[in-house]
Design a protein around this ligand. Structure first.
Ligand SMILES: C[S@@+](CC[C@H](N)C(=O)[O-])C[C@H]1O[C@@H](n2cnc3c(N)ncnc32)[C@H](O)[C@@H]1O
Length: 419
């Protein structure tokens, strides 16, 4: 150990300058044994300058329940909660005003990295909580209870083959103008990684060629013929994401009817995303009974994305093909996405497009780069355009010649990998 070092500004420090750290209220409340413990290895014992910096950091953050034991070849950290951004800024600030000859920066950067890598925490007031954040959720013997209840019991004993097939090259990166049931019948089993689509909602919208607004039974019959083909062509572990808005005024819960169909076909319900469009236009007009419980009519500013997996909730993929970053992942796994409705519908001449941002989030969260993405109700090619931009392969199918021509033009203009 060095007993005396010189800091910038010609400031001498000695062992007596090392600040002392008093225990905080949090430290008193929670025994250290309950803290999240991390060990950061060090190659050699810390010098005095390093000890001073570490103790400053310790002192600054100890009131959040940040404890530290400095030993000869390791620093043991105990975390209750921390404002990670403030922590990083403080450390980088200290390092930038300290001579690089005096301290080994890697010690400090390793501490930041180790803490950043902790995946399991709660968030409150900008702080990450490592202790007590899921106390209210603790269930004793969780695993045996899960087994007893029967995890996705409706999807057990399926007949899905686990053997995936390559998609014939002639279908790669193609916009196809035909009825999707007919096209899908030509594809082999288990060749698509992810399907994302928004079928016609049967609201009576004026699509170019297809009739929207037919008898509901006929509507679901045709839809399910296409969805059954979708299930067949999905790879084992592949996903289908269906964006749907029920027609509330007909009291038809399309999102439940579609979900039930997938479950009957032994697909695993992976989850549901609420696409909050903040579409307040519809909020203040009144149908149903006004100011009376006789028959109030509920209003919705959102749509649904129903997500199903074939055979397995986990999907195969190489780590180098992941393109979602830490911040995106943290935000997007919270299943309420606030995204404005698409504004380019007039430009692309389509009445019911979904926004590129919606597809971008879904692709990054549920697929890998290089995966094959299918949209059987492709419209003007939002799915294909985003898939190409994010380095995925695509197939888009739509009945309308007009929409397909627009889609082809749109996709052509996209530069791949412009994430
Ligand atoms: C809600 S729109 C999809 C819009 C698309 N998500 C976009 O962003 O452009 C539904 C599309 O399904 C197409 N469609 C309807 N029935 C079809 C069928 N049987 N086969 C292929 N396409 C069909 C319609 O032409 C319409 O463009």
């Amino acid at each position: 150990m060095i007993s005396e070092v010189i800091l910038p500004h010609n400031q001498y420090i000695s062992e007596s300058d090392v600040p002392t750290v008093e225990s905080s209220d949090d430290n008193k409340k929670f025994p250290k044994s309950e803290y999240k413990k991390l060990i950061v290895k060090i190659d050699s014992p810390l010098n005095l300058a390093e000890s001073v910096l570490l103790t400053k950091i310790h002192k600054k953050f100890s009131k959040n329940g940040f404890q530290m034991d400095i030993q000869e070849f390791e620093i043991v950290l105990y975390l209750h909660s921390i404002d990670l951004e403030a922590f990083k800024t403080y450390i980088h600030g200290l390092l930038s005003t300290t001579s690089p000859e005096l301290v080994d920066k890697t010690v400090f950067l390793n501490i930041i990295e180790k803490i950043s890598r902790i995946k399991s925490y709660g968030i409150k007031g900008g702080k990450r909580f490592y202790v007590t954040y899921n106390d209210e959720r603790k269930v004793e013997n969780r695993q045996s209870k899960v087994t007893k209840r029967g995890l996705y019991y409706y999807a057990q004993k399926n007949n899905f083959s686990k053997v995936n097939t390559p998609l014939p090259e002639k279908y790669e990166n193609l916009v196809i103008c035909r009825d999707s049931e007919e096209v899908l019948r030509q594809l082999p089993d288990n060749c698509i990684d992810l399907i994302i689509t928004s079928p016609p909602y049967n609201f009576g919208l004026g699509y170019d060629t297809s009739k929207d607004g037919v008898n509901w039974e006929r509507y679901f019959q045709k839809l399910f013929e296409i969805f059954d083909e979708c299930i067949r062509v999905l790879k084992y572990g592949g996903r289908i994401i269906v964006n749907i808005q029920p027609l509330f005024s007909d009291y038809i819960p399309s999102h439940h009817i579609i979900s039930n169909h997938f479950m009957e076909k032994k697909m695993i319900w992976k989850g549901e995303i609420l696409w909050e469009k903040n579409n307040y236009n519809c909020k203040y007009c009144a149908w149903g009974s006004w100011k009376s419980p006789s028959s109030p009519y509920l209003k919705y500013t959102w749509e649904f994305l129903e997500i199903f997996s074939k055979g397995d909730l986990k999907k195969e993929g190489l780590p180098e093909n992941i393109d979602i970053n830490e911040d995106e992942f943290k935000k997007w796994v919270v299943a309420k996405w606030s995204i404005a409705p698409e504004r380019k519908m007039v430009q692309y001449d389509h009445p019911a497009m979904f926004p590129e941002v919606l597809v971008e989030r879904a692709l990054k969260l549920f697929s890998f780069q290089g995966d094959i993405i299918l949209d059987p109700f492709n419209g003007v090619g939002t799915t294909c355009a985003v898939a190409k931009r994010l380095g995925r392969k695509y197939i888009g199918i739509d009945k309308s010649q007009k929409y397909c021509s627009i889609a082809k033009r749109r996709v052509k203009e996209i530069l791949p990998g412009t994430n």
